[in-house]
Design a protein around this ligand. Sequence first.
Ligand code: FES
Length: 108
Amino acid sequence: MSTTDGWKAVTPADEVEEDDVVCVTACGRRLAVFHLEDGEYVVTDDRCTHGEASLADGYLDGDTIECPRHQGVFHVPTGKAMSPPVVDALPVYPTRIEDGQVWVQLPD
Ligand code: FES
């Protein structure tokens, strides 16, 4: 894992297929790396804000992810909670693609 100026390379971009999501760990955080069907990459926390569930195991439908545990729904690009029982937004981190890697900027 590479780090420069607070940015971390978390996975090769080509390891996340389009319309898919994978779970990675960086700096002690479990992250979900989304590659949406429009080509955009988005990195969020992997843990659902409602409970202990991995969103990378959820159902990705366009730009929304359904939690596998209680079927709460988040809007991936903004992290907005869209459907009960989730009410708290999902943290979304600044993300960029460089040198074939997905880079994310995490808070300290
Ligand atoms: S743990 Fe995700 S909706 Fe309950």
